[in-house]
Write a protein that binds this ligand. Structure first.
Ligand SMILES: [Zn+2]
Length: 427
């Protein structure tokens, strides 16, 4: 390629990048608008209602990739310019409430859970819409629509508690980098040094794991030390209850190893002034367990021998929207979690309703679909029955994967992770 041509191409890239950045600057300031809202309902219905709006001082998310066209998750936050109606920002996410709606309990009672999203802070009046996906048609339907004036007196602009924040890894500007935040849970004032050491340990396990090992330069890593009054999480099934910063506990939905917290408000309060694209809550215990929901948070424990791989597995859920590929463990979901008459949205499982949208292009010629689990096929990519908590009707890309049994990520999962890294780092 001649010098002139490559210069022209470079100039074109520069113009495109400047144009994209100008799009952000036209609509937004580099601060966040945090929207806390309740999701209420049961297995049959859900509704959303506003709880609070907050102006927070940092925006670390993309400034070019403002529209999320992955269509992952059970919910979307959409931001429209009010005067023109143009969609100017969107992002999908999951919630723990959505999982609860699949439990037996949700057939018998109504609950209300706090959730929270952050969007870039608007310069002009916007319409903020929260949509929820209906499992029957897999489409998003409006749950909440709000007109928001960025100058409104109803936006709380107060500071919150300043927690001790340690920069574990700094690779550059917040907008181009993915800011991964570790939150310390169940660490007392005397255990804060242990928390930072644990966060360093897990940073290393993440960036030793393919495909994250090839993209370490795209991540900044922060450790936010929260002081808990007592050490370790709740283990409610054994009568153990601790006073901790984020109210985490095992026995989520009655499953002993399922470690989560419903306390989204405390999580968002903890990161109010920290650059944050992804949250990992590190729980100070040696018990086995964890949990992770797409673009919500992931949680794992500090000292179990298996926690370095559990950490990567849970981060696969929360960061890249990956489904569990296992199908034999006890789970809390009544009637199954997936609608077998529809294609699930997760990139690493399929019901074969719309396999073309998944990893079909990664299959070598001649691989039968579905693929028999015989000696000729079991060590390669295929379409193997069993996944998403079901032995029949859902298919996974490889026999073994990080999302099944802590083997290396399969090619479909790896590609999904790399695509998300590209999106969040504004590639
Ligand atoms: Zn996989």
């Amino acid at each position: 390629m001649g010098n002139k041509l490559s210069l022209t191409i470079l100039a074109l890239f520069y113009v495109l990048a400047t144009f994209a950045q100008a799009g952000f600057d036209n609509w937004f300031e580099k601060k966040s608008l945090r929207v806390d809202f309740a999701l209420s309902g049961n297995s049959e219905y859900q509704a959303a209602a506003l709880q609070q709006l907050r102006e927070e001082p940092v925006w670390a998310g993309p400034v070019k990739n403002l529209i999320d066209d992955f269509y992952y998750g059970g919910y979307y936050a959409n931001v429209y310019d009010k005067s023109s109606g143009q969609l100017i920002y969107s992002r999908g996410f999951n919630t723990l409430f959505e999982e609860w709606r699949s439990t037996e309990q949700a057939k018998k009672e109504v609950q209300s859970w706090t959730n929270s999203v952050s969007v870039p802070f608007p310069k002009k009046e916007i319409v903020l819409e929260i949509t929820g996906r209906d499992k029957e048609d897999m489409r998003f339907h409006t749950l909440l629509k709000l007109d928001i004036d960025p100058t409104s007196i109803f936006i709380d602009r107060s500071k919150l508690k300043e927690n001790k924040t340690t920069n574990i890894q700094n690779k550059g500007d917040l907008a181009d980098k993915i800011d991964l935040v570790f939150l310390g849970e169940g660490y007392t004032a005397e255990e804060q040094d242990k928390f930072v050491a644990d966060a360093r340990k897990f940073t290393e396990s993440l960036f030793k794991t393919p495909p994250f090992d090839t993209r370490r330069e795209d991540f900044n890593v922060w450790a936010v030390g929260l002081i808990s009054e007592e050490s370790g999480p709740d283990v409610s099934g054994k009568g153990i209850f601790k006073n901790t910063a984020l109210n985490s506990g095992y026995y989520t939905f009655g499953v002993d190893r399922y470690l989560t917290t419903p306390d989204m408000k405390s999580i968002r309060d903890a990161v109010w002034n920290v650059p944050c694209d992804a949250i990992f809550i590190l729980v100070n215990t040696d018990m086995y367990g964890g949990g992770g929901m797409y673009n919500f948070y992931a949680m794992g424990t500090s000292d179990n021998p298996r926690t370095p791989v559990v950490f990567v597995h849970e981060f696969g859920h929360s960061f890249a929207g990956l489904a569990d590929e296992y199908f034999s463990s006890e789970v809390a979901y009544d009637d199954g979690f997936y609608n077998l008459k529809r294609e699930p949205w997760e990139p690493n499982i399929t019901t074969l309703i719309d396999f073309d949208s998944k990893w079909k292009d990664l299959l070598p010629a001649g691989i039968p679909v579905p693929t028999p689990l015989d000696n000729a096929h079991k060590n390669n990519i295929g379409v193997f029955e069993g996944g998403g908590y079901l032995a029949k009707g859902i298919y996974r890309p490889m026999d073994h994967c990080m999302m099944r049994d802590y083997a290396p990520f399969c090619p479909a999962c790896s590609r999904a992770i790399l695509r998300m890294i590209d999106f969040l780092s504004d590639k």
